[in-house]
Design a protein. Structure first.
Length: 145
């Protein structure tokens, strides 16, 4: 793969990866946020800690009701990603695209040493590439309602 093709590949992957957190409600476009699974996971966590017993379903004690209520409300989340989750996902995808760029650069020949200026500029460029997804998620959605 020549240098020009690998450079364009990194640019297109960066454009896709930067917009991905804002376009879909799935984490990294793959993992769905399922509220019901999180609720049952909270109960299983309390059961594995020995706090409640999931085997006796015929009679429930007040403690079990209490821990079920606490487990359900602490782990209750909406099915939409929060802005913080989108930001964390954006940072992780920045490093994934950077690793792809470093891999392609090392395959082309000698990898150049990068200093902090390079990372500052590429982080700003990655945020600029995320702007179309941000506009789609937060600005265009509010105009439709």
């Amino acid at each position: 793969m020549n240098t020009s093709l690998s450079s364009w590949l990194v640019i297109f992957v960066a454009l896709f990866a930067a917009s991905l957190p804002f376009v879909t409600e799935r984490i990294f476009g793959l993992i769905s946020i399922n509220t019901e699974r999180r609720k049952s996971a909270g109960l299983r966590l309390l059961a594995s800690a020995g706090v409640i017993s999931l085997k006796s379903k015929s009679r429930k004690s007040t403690w079990r009701y209490l821990f079920e209520y606490v487990g359900l409300t602490l782990l209750k989340t909406s099915t939409k990603k929060s802005a913080w989750m989108r930001l964390v996902e954006l940072i992780v995808l920045y490093f994934v695209v950077g690793a792809l760029g470093f891999f392609l650069e090392s395959n082309a020949g000698n990898r150049f040493e990068q200093k902090w200026e390079f990372f500052a500029v590429t982080a700003c460029l990655f945020m600029v590439l995320a702007f179309p997804g941000f506009v789609f998620r937060y600005l265009l959605k509010s105009q439709k309602n």
